[in-house]
Design a protein around this ligand. Structure first.
Ligand SMILES: Cc1cc2nc3c(=O)[nH]c(=O)nc-3n(C[C@H](O)[C@H](O)[C@H](O)COP(=O)(O)OP(=O)(O)OC[C@H]3O[C@@H](n4cnc5c(N)ncnc54)[C@H](O)[C@@H]3O)c2cc1C
Length: 368
């Protein structure tokens, strides 16, 4: 006997968990979420968990506004602990054209009702990051109300709430194939399941799963190497700070810091050792106190980069839906987009936010 379900969700990251939960909120309870490994074992598990409002398109800013709200309130909304650490977010630059873009984006953010976006000149940077050397910088943009979360907390909260409403979850259940059969979808994995609807939320694996349906999505894993330092900058707030000119990146993690360099592509032969050598070099100029920090642990995560920079969200074939390709912003945007997709699937799209331009069959660059 083939098992039958109403909706099968592929992928137990933040997006799949959100879609499953918000579908239950729309009244659908015959849901099976399958995950090839363990929940939050993909990009979500490796994420730095930064939640920021600093984006430059109306869509992204609105996703961020709602995403910040999701993470700030999740601890109260769900029965599972979801701490939010309001450490802020700081982007700095010494390049006039990037500074102009930060100004422009801050104006757009303000025009959309965001009130705590602050453009800082070099002398004001110590308000946000007193440990930073402003030499060579033209300034930055600081959003003190932003913060960081531990994304698997959000997955756990959404999944527990979805299960409480009747959804089922199966880990170690890799989907091999999704194929149409008699007006339904036959999903083949360790067993076969027939579903009226399938939602692919498989992160950077989605490109491969969706190829048979004529989609060439190019979402790909980008390996981001990080390191956790010994306790550092005691008692000081450390916003998630990125020097946009060099990729120098630090983030608070308990008493410690996350250290990383954000490149568009990792240089050949990239390793934790090389990253830390370059980080120390950059820190000698930008944050001398951080240049000789001891490292207690390495981290490695695969970011869901690629595509045209906007997520692919919507119906691909009748009854086959997807949401993937968050370009490294899925922690903050995933829960929001998961909700919007669930509303769309239920035939009750959010009247205040149209996401039809994110349709996976769009022309490249047509979204946003
Ligand atoms: C190092 C790092 C730092 C980041 N920092 C931030 C940040 O500061 N802020 C931010 O917003 N975002 C950040 N991101 C990005 C964010 O983590 C992702 O955009 C987000 O987690 C994507 O969620 P997802 O559910 O789409 O994908 P995933 O979390 O990858 O989930 C997809 C799931 O699908 C499962 N799957 C795949 N194929 C199959 C199959 N065939 N069958 C069954 N299951 C399958 C996978 O195992 C996986 O668990 C970061 C990512 C990394 C790696």
């Amino acid at each position: 006997m083939v098992e039958r379900v109403g909706t099968l969700v592929v992928g137990g990251g933040i997006v799949g968990a959100a879609v499953a939960y918000y579908l239950t909120q729309e009244g659908e309870i015959d849901i099976l979420l399958v995950e090839q490994n363990e929940l939050a074992s993909g990009s979500t598990g490796g994420s730095f968990g930064g939640v920021r409002q600093q984006f430059s398109t109306p869509h992204e800013i609105e996703f961020s506004r709602r995403g910040l709200e999701f993470w700030k309130t999740a601890g109260a909304v769900f029965d599972t602990a979801v701490p939010f650490f309001q450490t802020g977010y700081l982007l700095v630059t010494g390049q006039p054209e990037i500074m102009a873009k930060l100004h422009e984006a801050a104006q757009l953010q303000a025009s959309m009702g965001l009130t705590d976006v602050h453009i800082l000149d070099p002398e004001q940077l110590d308000q946000a990051a007193p440990w930073m050397n402003p030499e060579g910088l033209l300034g930055g943009c600081w959003t003190p109300g932003d913060g960081r979360v531990t994304p698997p907390d959000g997955v756990r909260a959404l999944i527990n709430a979805a299960k409480a409403r009747g959804a089922q979850v199966r880990e170690h259940w890799p989907v091999r194939e999704i194929a149409p059969r008699d007006g339904q979808w036959l999903v083949s994995g360790p067993q076969e399941v027939e579903a009226q609807r399938v939602v692919v939320c498989a992160g950077y694996w989605s490109s491969q799963l969706m190829r048979p349906f004529g989609l060439d999505l190019t979402i790909r894993p980008y390996q981001l190497l990080g390191a956790i330092s010994e306790p550092a900058l005691p008692g000081q707030t450390v916003p998630l700070t990125i020097d946009l000119d060099t990729g120098f990146c630090v983030e608070r993690e308990g008493q410690s810091l996350v250290l990383a360099i954000l490149y568009e592509e990792n240089p050949p032969g990239w390793s934790h050792e090389r990253m830390l050598e370059e980080f120390a070099e950059l820190a000698r100029r930008r944050a001398p106190q951080l240049s000789e920090l001891k490292v207690v642990r390495y981290t490695t995560g695969n970011v869901d980069l690629g595509g045209d920079g906007q997520p692919y969200v919507g119906e691909v074939e009748p009854g086959l839906w997807m949401a993937a390709g968050f370009g490294g912003h899925g922690t903050m945007h995933g829960p929001v987009v998961g909700k919007l997709l669930a509303q769309l699937m239920a035939g009750r799209p959010d009247p205040t936010l149209d996401i039809s331009d994110l349709n996976p069959r769009r022309a490249p660059g047509a979204a946003g």
